[in-house]
Design a binder for this molecule. Structure first.
Ligand code: NZQ
Ligand code: ZN
Length: 386
């Protein structure tokens, strides 16, 4: 295990009814709020009315930025920055999934920066300051509710890039599983796959001696395998939704990556696909993951992949290579059982840009760490996944 520092500064208010504490939580930090949300799911569910009422009851001024798209665009960020400046807002509240949260984070940083907020994503500027942020999460998936990261798309450049800063950790996140009852089967499946992918990216690591991190990771994977299908079959099953929701936060709040090198190759490839084709993040990850697993399986990696197969899928095969292959097959079958297609062709993507994608994601050098991927490796993953 490597040395590490760990701090998870976001206050989590978890459970049914916790939304009522929103006004008090915001009041600790500000009184003039930019409310950031997506395409209207919070209006359908009634959460929007509840939030607006709570803000009014606490004499909190509220200006809205609505219509944040999945794979949130830099233009929404720029709009939010303009609104914050125009109305002298002092707090950014996201109500929604990862896209609303990520947009809110980028706005919060952009307000305190004189240049264009895209500069943060291309490494032209660092986030030194940001408005305080809070969230009410409505979709269990990204972990953005408890982490310092934001991922934003720029359609003009065909890029989808992430950045992070401790300034962007939400001051609080309200996690009421009831708010996720209305999430569709497709988004529940994609969210479950995203959580699992976050775990894989940290679990499959070249760093030895991380027993505790690995057992926690396996527990999170088992939780997704148990409750993902149940949440799809019974959308208002509180036990299923609450377990998925808490796993979403735990999977990407820094806990699993303590003391180890992490991988993130699958995410890097998926982000490029999302940038080009605007696909759902978790869907892209679920399609790529089994092909990534096959690509990285070799004599060096077989033992860890066999451990995954045995501890997560209860595979009893004693030969490591064979056990690993069975674990990969189980992973693919699980995603199919959630209703996720096996290939990109199945979701209508064309294949004419595969070499460009592989070249782009390896342009800054090779990718990943569990097994370092070359251009040819990435191309092979993409060709298999099509
Ligand atoms: O826009 P609305 O109307 O709210 O509908 C959304 C959207 O269409 C809908 N939805 C959300 N909550 C709902 C609901 N529908 C019904 N009932 C509810 N309770 O679901 C759709 C997807 O929402 P979105 O926020 O895009 O999903 P998700 O939470 O999966 O976020 C995905 C984004 O986060 C990024 C992804 O790349 C992607 O852009 N990620 C952010 C990370 C981070 N900040 O740490 C890490 C991740 O790896 C990921 O890259
Ligand atoms: Zn992800």
């Amino acid at each position: 295990m490597l040395n590490f520092n760990f701090q998870a500064p976001t206050r989590i208010l978890f459970g049914q009814g916790e939304t009522n504490k929103l006004g008090k939580e915001i009041r600790k930090h500000g009184s003039r709020v930019l409310l950031v949300y997506g395409g209207g799911s919070i209006k359908k569910s009634g959460l929007y009315d509840q939030v607006v009422q709570i803000l009014a009851d606490h004499a909190i001024t509220c200006i809205e930025l609505s219509g944040v798209q999945p794979n949130p665009r830099i233009d929404s960020v720029r709009q939010g920055v303009t609104l914050c400046r125009k109305h002298q807002l002092d707090f950014v509240l996201a109500v929604g999934g990862g896209s609303s949260l990520d947009c809110a984070k980028a706005i919060a940083a952009g307000v305190k920066y004189e240049g264009d907020p895209w500069d943060f994503f291309i490494g032209k500027a660092f986030i030194k300051e940001a408005l305080p942020i809070g969230s009410i999460l409505t979709l269990a998936a990204t972990g953005s509710e408890m982490n310092p990261f934001t991922v934003i798309s720029n359609p003009e450049t065909g890029e989808k890039l992430g950045t992070g800063s401790t300034r962007l950790n939400p001051r609080f996140s309200i996690l009421d599983p009831v708010h996720t009852f209305s999430v569709s089967a497709e988004q529940t499946a994609a969210g479950t796959a995203d959580i699992m992918s976050h775990v894989f990216e940290q679990y499959f690591s070249p760093t030895p001696g991380t027993y505790i991190q690995d057992r926690m990771a396996e527990a999170m994977l088992k939780t997704c395998i148990k409750y993902g299908p149940l949440a799809i079959a019974e959308p208002d099953n509180y036990e299923a939704r609450s377990n998925l929701m808490w796993t979403s936060s735990l999977a990407l709040n820094g806990l699993l990556s303590t003391g180890k090198i992490t991988d993130w190759a699958t995410h890097d490839i998926e982000h490029k696909l999302s940038a080009l084709y605007d696909i759902t993040h978790g869907l892209g990850l679920a399609i790529l993951t089994p092909y990534w697993m096959k690509q990285v399986l070799n004599e060096q990696t077989a033992a860890k992949m066999a451990t995954y197969a045995r501890n997560v899928w209860d595979i009893t095969e004693t030969d490591d290579m064979q056990a690993a292959l069975e674990g990969i097959a189980q992973t693919a079958n699980f995603f199919r059982s959630l209703g996720i297609p096996a290939t990109f062709k199945d979701i209508g993507l064309n294949t004419d840009q595969l070499t460009e994608i592989a070249a782009d994601v390896t342009s800054k050098g090779s990718l990943g760490s569990f097994k370092i991927l070359t251009y040819e490796d990435v191309l092979n993953i993409l060709q298999s996944a099509y």
